[in-house]
Design a binder for this molecule. Sequence first.
Ligand code: ADP
Length: 274
Amino acid sequence: KSPVNRELTLSVQLVPFGEGKKLLVARDITDLERVDAMRRDFIANVSHELRTPLTVVGGFVETLAETDDLPPAESRRYFDLMLDHTRRMQRLLDDLLILSRLESADHSLSDEPVNVPEMVQALKSEAESLSRGRHRVSVQATSGTWLKGSQQEVRSAFGNLVSNAVRYTPEGGAITLGWHERDGEAVFSVKDTGEGIAAEHIPRLTERFYRVDRSRSRETGGTGLGLAIVKHVLTRHHARLDIQSTPGRGSAFSAIFPAQRVLAAPENAQVIPF
Ligand code: ADP
């Protein structure tokens, strides 16, 4: 059943088969092996991600415990760094929990009305607060439509796209949030004038822990799981992620929801002036 030119892993066994004969039984375990390798990679990645901040925190605790006369400014710096690394571990564990909940089979998708126009306004405020005045944040929305799905999941996916735009756009750049309808589909977009992404990286961005620049992602507080979460949430909503980017110019991430997920705004809904 395997496609031609695909490398296979077979488990081979000789079993007795009648008088003086043996039967060669070959089982295709390619997929099992692949899943197992993915699991091993994942555990190695998580361990690595946790080990670095833990080592740093452990080192500082040791120094503080052993040194009585550390100047206050120095110990303050140690405490700040420990707090930084502790928060990093917290963010990683939060994202891991979100991912594992999304992946668990018994977790069915809720079908609640999601007020996206209101969410877009909240996301604009969130972007402004993350940016701390370093970027111009605006909204270009023409749709007042809502979605059918999980409010919490959609909020978390859109929030990840927004925080990425802030983190990967240098000071002075612009971030634009959009909510539009196109051929019956509804599109939430985040455009930035940031560093952009080279084409060869784009297909792999939603893999867990895939980063174009590891140290840049860490520096800005990334866990490497944001787009994996986005991908999961969108897949559960039968939506897709489109990524357009030009290195040095900026990126546009769009979450495209099919017509069956689009919900007309309730008649009594407050119209948000964009
Ligand atoms: P991270 O926590 O590292 O940001 P993500 O899964 O959210 O993890 O993103 C994966 C990688 O995709 C990032 O490390 C970064 O290299 C790239 N990336 C994501 N969003 C953007 C963006 N708006 N501009 C440039 N690069 C981005």
